[in-house]
Design a protein around this ligand. Sequence first.
Ligand code: VGL
Ligand code: ZN
Length: 215
Amino acid sequence: MPNAMPPNAALIVVDVQPDFMPGGALACHEGDAIVPGIDRLLRRRRFRHVVATQDWHPAGHASFASAHPGTAPFQRIELHGQPQTLWPDHCVQGTPGAALHPAIDWSAADLVLRKGSDPQVDSYSAFRENHGPQGTRPPTGLAGWLRERGVDEVAVCGLARDVCVLWTAQDAVALGFRATVLWDLSRPVAAGGDEALRETLRQAGIGIAEAATAP
Ligand code: VGL
Ligand code: ZN
């Protein structure tokens, strides 16, 4: 990754929150390993625009297994006619686990986008809710926010690489942005799927890059 990115490129830092760290409510594999690198990247001010997303669910959210008696976390069910993976309770609004990670200096973030606050609908991507009425996926407004600032290219890092990072990068491409996943600054919920995920990204036209801790 070049030392200074052009002004038409934005960085999206997805869901770097304590609940996604090892020992947290919905731990990502080695999720803590990306924290120092993201902090360094933000302090370097390489990107003119930085968006931080924050998974932000009301208690009792429909994506929580605890909201569906007889189910267990990581089970897949049908919810409003859509496939839904059920998760442990995580990132409940206002709890410490839902905070932006306290070991990162977030000063460079010019937008903090909270997602997942509709009690009935999950929201993996920074761009769109997972589903909505009549097969729509209601937009969050991020595409307009970026376009109005002249952004046509995004780099995506954070958690989880196989869920919210993936969906964000896929939607970015679908909405006409060039998109790259910063592989070394992301980690998956489930270990072991790296090659399949790389292939999914390649086929979607999403770049894969290392933020490469340059001196
Ligand atoms: C995420 C599952 C549920 C993520 C958020 O940030 O990837 N995954 N909520
Ligand atoms: Zn969530």
